[in-house]
Design a protein around this ligand. Structure first.
Ligand code: GCV
Length: 603
């Protein structure tokens, strides 16, 4: 395939970065030269590692800053816009991509083919493609890559053990791009080495991790640290030993502290064995209930990584209250670029508005780092859908500067990638999340999706299951009452948000059924009844998807991207119709209320 090694937004840099370049400064010089930009690169140890500034025709920068500056200069030239003045530096020190790659070559929730670096339970990759990946990440300012699934399956434990030399060789490929390696670790790993426990307070366990950390940093001096999914969806963790997550995380943090390493500890902890009959347990409450009592107990090199919303990457969720409630803990927000619940990289769903909305509800300084689950894979175009590349691009731009405008980011990506179709594509992509939301989960309804696979409609799919993900639709009403009179979830928010969300009169329409259980005859702000709004939104979403397909067909896109995009668009249109008809029929059968406009609802 023509694009094989090239992400479209870097097509102005046709030559691959040569293997003999080993530092960001060398890569910066090479990239500027091939872009025809006559600027001298001067690395300045006095500047912070990632900062840069352009003074006259000298690009000054810290160790990786010179490379970030070079890519910004190249973008400015391509987009015909000025280079930002003054000192430029990222808002967050850690801008991470978490890959859920398994060593057998599969990718959990991966929609872009198999793993880029694992196959047959070992490392297996084309070094040129990994260098290209490093370039792609650096070009949008991303600087940490976790290469293995948070669900650590054998033999991924070997990455910090028997396979450490191979892991180190892989890390070396990313180093010239300022990208640091992170690994997911299994909390119970010492038990595979003759230690009968993984209790974090046991000195043998502590010594085992300390020895591993020493071995890792000896071979990978810029290693970032460990990512940990503990006591979550059956993964081992400190709860087994009656220990808290602060005790578990701090044990690892102390092992990595001598090397200035970090422990990124995921807060995705909830009861995944819930009884659907039990209305007293409300899954979105779980993270705050677990971590608020521990606020202030985590070591400074522990970063508690919290998903952006309290559930699990649904098309629309309120900001996670955990991120607003913790004031003495370092936190990171985790987004998902892999489109698990947002269309599997078949349906268009540009996520930049999701990142942007998040920062409307939290001051960026409330968290210390930012992460996203990868949408990359071995497919010829890296992302399955050629336009899914926009999600990595925009994530990088917003991770660098959380105040970046989402449409500007999308437009930049479109202009760099498909200059002849840029404006129309910007229009389509900027609307795509809203359209996906209309035909799938409008008004904050979550989880009406096919179980396990998470593509396509199934309103009963999770309703009588153990995952704590219910809509509880009945003959008269739908949604969960999460006010003080209901599950009380809303009280986890600061007062201003409690007031906004707690009253159906002020709660944004997009979150209405997330916070409230409402009758179908509830009258919305726009005068329509709730049931009519559900019908209207699903009809509108499917119709917009059809219109998007028409616009797309007319765009002058290069091949093979055009064929791939149109093929996926056809699937999206079919998916949107399916969602429209299944959801509308579901509610019509329950409520018995006809559509006010007499459109077809299949009973
Ligand atoms: C890696 C969801 C996904 C799982 C994922 C989990 C997580 O439940 O469906 O595949 O596991 O989130 O974030 O840990």
């Amino acid at each position: 395939m023509p694009n094989d090694l090239h992400p479209a937004w870097l097509s102005c840099l046709p030559a691959p970065v040569p293997a003999e370049l080993t530092t960001p400064a060398e890569v910066a010089v090479f990239e500027l030269r091939q872009a025809g930009i006559d600027v001298e690169v001067r690395e300045q140890p006095a500047l912070s590692r990632e900062a840069w500034s352009l003074q006259g025709n000298i690009l000054h920068g810290g160790h990786a800053g010179v490379l970030y500056g070079a890519y910004e200069l190249i973008r400015a030239k391509e987009l015909n816009r000025p280079v930002p003045g003054g000192l430029c530096k990222p808002y967050y020190d850690a801008r991470m991509i978490d890959c859920w790659d398994n060593m057998d070559g599969t990718v959990e929730r991966g929609y872009a083919g198999r793993s880029l670096w694992f196959e047959g339970n070992r490392f297996s990759y084309d070094p040129a493609r990994i260098r290209q990946l490093g370039r792609m990440l650096a070009s949008v300012g991303l600087n940490v890559l976790c290469i293995n699934n948070v669900n650590v399956h054998q033999p991924a434990q070997e990455l910090i053990d028997g396979l450490l030399p191979e892991t180190a060789a892989f890390a070396a490929l990313l180093r010239p791009f300022g990208v640091r390696l992170m690994l997911s670790v299994d909390f119970s790993q010492p038990m595979q080495h003759g230690i009968p426990t993984a209790d974090p307070l046991d000195p043998r366990v502590q010594a085992w991790w300390a020895e591993r950390a020493k071995a890792i940093w000896e071979q990978i001096p810029d290693f970032y640290g460990f990512l940990v999914k503990a006591d979550s969806e059956h993964r081992p963790g400190p709860f087994t030993y009656g220990r808290s997550h602060a005790e578990g995380a701090n044990m690892l943090a102390r092992a990595v502290a001598p090397y200035k390493g970090f422990v990124v500890w995921r807060a995705f902890v909830y009861n995944c064995q819930q009884d659907w009959r039990d209305h007293s347990v409300d899954r979105p409450c779980a993270a705050c209930d677990t971590y608020l009592p521990l606020d202030g107990q985590f070591d400074l090199n522990v970063i508690l990584q919290v998903k952006n919303g309290p559930y699990d990457f649904q098309i629309r969720e309120p900001i996670s209250p955990t991120l607003l409630a913790l004031h003495k803990t370092c936190t990171a927000v985790e987004f998902q670029l892999a489109q698990e619940y947002t269309g599997h990289q078949i349906d268009l769903c540009a996520l930049a508005p999701v990142f942007h909305e998040f920062f409307e509800d939290i001051h960026p300084s409330g968290i210390v780092a930012i992460a996203a689950v990868s949408n990359l894979g071995r497919d010829w175009n890296w992302f399955g859908h050629p336009f899914a590349a926009a999600n990595l691009f925009c994530f990088g731009r917003i991770a660098w500067n959380p105040r970046e405008d989402p449409v500007t980011c999308i437009r930049e990506w479109a202009r760099l990638s498909y200059p002849d179709a840029a404006e129309a594509l910007t229009g389509i992509l900027s609307r795509s999340r809203a359209v996906y939301e209309l035909y799938t989960g409008t008004l904050g309804q979550c989880w009406m999706v096919n179980p396990h696979e998470h593509y396509g409609p199934n309103p009963g799919g999770y309703e009588f299951d153990r995952w704590g993900t219910y809509h509880r639709a009945s003959r008269d009403a739908v949604g969960i009452d999460r006010t003080a009179a209901g599950t009380g979830y809303v009280s986890q928010y600061p007062p201003e948000l409690q007031a906004r969300y707690g009253d159906p009169g002020t709660c944004p329409d997009e979150l209405l059924l997330f916070f409230h259980r409402l009758r179908y005859d509830f009258v919305m702000r726009d005068g329509r009844t709730l049931i009519q709004r559900i019908y209207d939104d699903h009809f509108a979403g499917a119709e917009e998807a059809e219109k998007m397909a028409e616009v797309l067909k007319a765009l002058p896109l290069p091949e093979p991207d055009r064929t791939e995009a149109l093929k996926r668009m056809d699937l999206q249109v079919a998916n949107a119709r399916e969602w429209r008809d299944v959801i509308n029929t579901f509610f019509h059968r329950l409520s018995g209320v006809d559509d006010a406009h007499g459109r077809t609802i299949y009973d």
